[in-house]
Write a protein that binds this ligand. Sequence first.
Ligand SMILES: [Zn+2]
Ligand SMILES: [Zn+2]
Length: 227
Amino acid sequence: MALIDIIFPPACLACHRGLGRGQKILCIECESQIRKISENYCQLCGSELVDGSCETCKDTEFYFDFARSSMRYAAPLTHLIHKLKYQGYRVVARYLAQKMAESMQEYPEYQDYPYLVAVPLHRVRLRERGYNQSDLIARHLARLTNKKWIRPLQRVHYTLSQTNLHRTQRLSNLNGAFRVYKAAEIRGQNLILIDDVFTTGSTINEISKTLKAAGAAKVAALTATRA
Ligand SMILES: [Zn+2]
Ligand SMILES: [Zn+2]
């Protein structure tokens, strides 16, 4: 047994029960609660369909070519993502990237997209958190899928947290929030935006608009989870 296992007995990051041999991050019970999004989703935005129609696309114009998510944003993933974003558990990024790599295998539409672009954090928030969780995910995912992780974007506005805003507020809150500072890297290229959660799609949409205005050919998105 490694010394680290004696000092910190390995426990499930969601429910804190002890982990058995060969288990990492989540115990078997928590792992079994994860719901993948692999059927009955909107071909454009990737949301799960309700009675055959998409609530998310209904009154939004999306600039991305398509978006998909690996899993539903529910327990235990809500706990894991909270740990990743607010408690310094970088190891969660690798776990999520693994799941996303599996999804990418199932979605042939990503084949013609060689570049991964993480949703950037503003430098003030980056300083608070110490890292950008989406960068960590994109870096692992690039390694797992043989795609190239590039960083052509900056977040220039320190936007309010999107969580407590209405949909229209979310959109205006983000207007002009991102800037492409390495346009040569993306001109004529097909890019995949990477993030942890897709909620209304407003962040990914604003970035897609910005990237296309700067010359990107196509922009798709893959998020670990979908609210
Ligand atoms: Zn557990
Ligand atoms: Zn849709």
